[in-house]
Write a protein that binds this ligand. Structure first.
Ligand code: AMP
Length: 453
């Protein structure tokens, strides 16, 4: 099947062809015609499936087909994303696919100056991509009017809820015109997502392209058992021996990411770390350097890596396993994207055997274990508790207010979501009432372990 049969305009087909795409991915095949028809959709699609083009292309087509009138340029499409990186990437996609169309777009997120964003908004924007916190800042300052929005996209809605954005989302929804098209994308469908969807979507078309928690078949996965203290040595050896040029490496903590990146540099391997404590400028620079091949290794924490879109990323390494098994799936989804083959390996020490078991349970299969020559684990080493597993989730949910642990850097704290009670419960019609639980302990599927960004 080619893109021509989806009903897209010549300008969009040209932009698609410039990208070198020859045929639509499954989510694009399903979503594009339905969105063009004007229906709401609820799409279960993980990152890497081509979902961004799946909503961006029809959105551009619809906006370019009908003008706002009176020479005005109100915001007609709003895309909400959980993280700055994802917002930036969606913004790039809008610019890329819309390059032959006379539409203007803007991306707004926290952690950067607000004034240039205000100027941009004032100049007229058709499509706005935003993270919820900064969007509310603009709305509070009356530098933004959403009363003419025709299409709303919630991208990675599950992650937005996980990050405690439900209150912010509801505030934004209250400011949108009732008559609009809603597109909800989520990798998973928890009860919270279903609740959000039922209040938001009208007669939606359901689209599901990847099984939940099922990493793409194109990613080969392997576990390398290794001693705790020899992981860095093994990583350097794997990179050097295989001559990998572009590797995304995951650590559990920001500190761990910095330390590993420094150590790799000492080993002569160019590297950069990306996490929530880094300024937006530093994060953007690190990502750009990595994409251009100026650094070989990007060391990232889970939340910072969310939304990273790097074409044809061949290798992902779990330097440390994540505390939450679903994050493993998100991590390895960074490779094997849009039909390319990828390789994901996990360096697992004796402390992490329980985490490995949890992951294998979620995957519903055992991962192959391959001991690398010279890195045979020492059987006399006893397991130790994983240091950041003891914080009871405080860093993620609210104990770590001084830093943007949501990987977003928005005024997340000020809006209070996820701080004063179960994020999904407060002020939301039909949701559970707030309970007396502490701010960080949400009564949901996540285990109570810290997930620092
Ligand atoms: P996404 O799931 O939106 O994050 O997209 C994953 C990657 O797939 C991005 O790098 C896109 O550039 C790429 N992509 C999107 N659509 C196609 C397509 N039809 N053919 C090949 N690559 C695509």
């Amino acid at each position: 099947m080619s893109f021509d049969s989806l009903g897209l305009s010549a300008e969009l087909l040209r932009a698609i062809s410039d990208q070198g795409y020859t045929e639509p991915t499954p989510v694009q095949r399903q979503a594009i015609p339905v969105i063009l028809e004007g229906r709401d959709i609820m799409a279960g699609a993980q990152t890497g499936t081509g979902k961004t083009a799946g909503f961006t292309l029809p959105l551009l087509q619809k906006l370019s087909a009908a003008k706002a009138g009176n020479g005005q340029r109100p915001v007609r499409a709003l895309v909400l994303t959980p993280t700055r990186e994802l917002a930036a990437q969606v913004g790039e996609s809008v610019a890329t696919y819309g390059k032959y169309l006379p539409l203007k777009s803007a991306v707004i997120f926290g952690g950067v100056k607000i004034n240039p964003q205000i100027a941009k908004l004032r100049s007229g924007v058709d499509i706005l991509v935003a993270t919820p916190g900064r969007l509310l800042d603009h709305l509070g300052q009356k530098t933004l009017d959403l009363s003419r929005v025709e299409i709303l996209v919630l991208d990675e809605a599950d992650r937005m809820l996980d990050m405690g954005f439900i209150r912010d989302i509801r505030k934004v929804l209250a400011l949108l015109p009732r008559n609009r098209q809603n597109l909800l994308f989520s990798a998973t469908f928890s009860d919270d997502i279903k609740k959000l969807a039922s209040g938001l979507l009208h007669d939606p078309a359901f689209i599901e392209v990847a099984r939940r928690n099922a990493p793409t078949e194109l990613v080969s996965q392997v576990v390398h058992p290794v001693d705790r203290e020899r992981k860095r040595e093994l990583l350097s050896s794997l990179i050097g021996t295989n001559n990998w040029r572009q590797v995304l490496v995951f650590t559990r903590t920001k500190h761990g990411a910095n330390r590993l990146s420094d150590q790799l540099e000492k080993d002569g391997i160019t590297s950069a770390a990306i996490h929530g404590n880094k300024s937006q400028g530093a994060r953007t620079r690190a990502l750009a350097d990595f994409k251009q091949g100026a650094v070989r290794v990007l060391v990232a924490t889970d939340i910072a890596a969310r939304g990273l879109d790097i074409d044809q990323l061949p290798h992902v390494v779990n330097f440390e396993l994540p505390n939450v098994p679903e994050d493993y799936v998100h991590r390895i989804g960074r490779t094997g994207r849009a039909g390319n083959e990828g390789e994901a390996m996990s360096l697992v020490c004796v402390d992490e055997l329980k985490l490995l078991k949890d992951i294998e349970r979620v995957l519903n299969k055992e991962l192959p274990k391959v001991v690398m020559e010279g890195f045979q684990p020492d059987p006399s080493i006893r397991p130790e508790p994983i240091p950041n597993g003891r914080n009871g989730g405080q860093q993620r949910r609210g104990g770590n207010n001084s830093q943007p642990s949501n990987g977003n850097g928005d005024k997340h704290n000020r809006h209070g979501a996820g701080r004063r009670g179960p994020a999904s419960g407060q002020g939301a019609p039909g949701n559970k009432p707030a309970t007396s639980r502490p701010a960080h302990s949400k009564p949901r599927r996540r285990p109570a372990q810290a997930r620092p960004a």
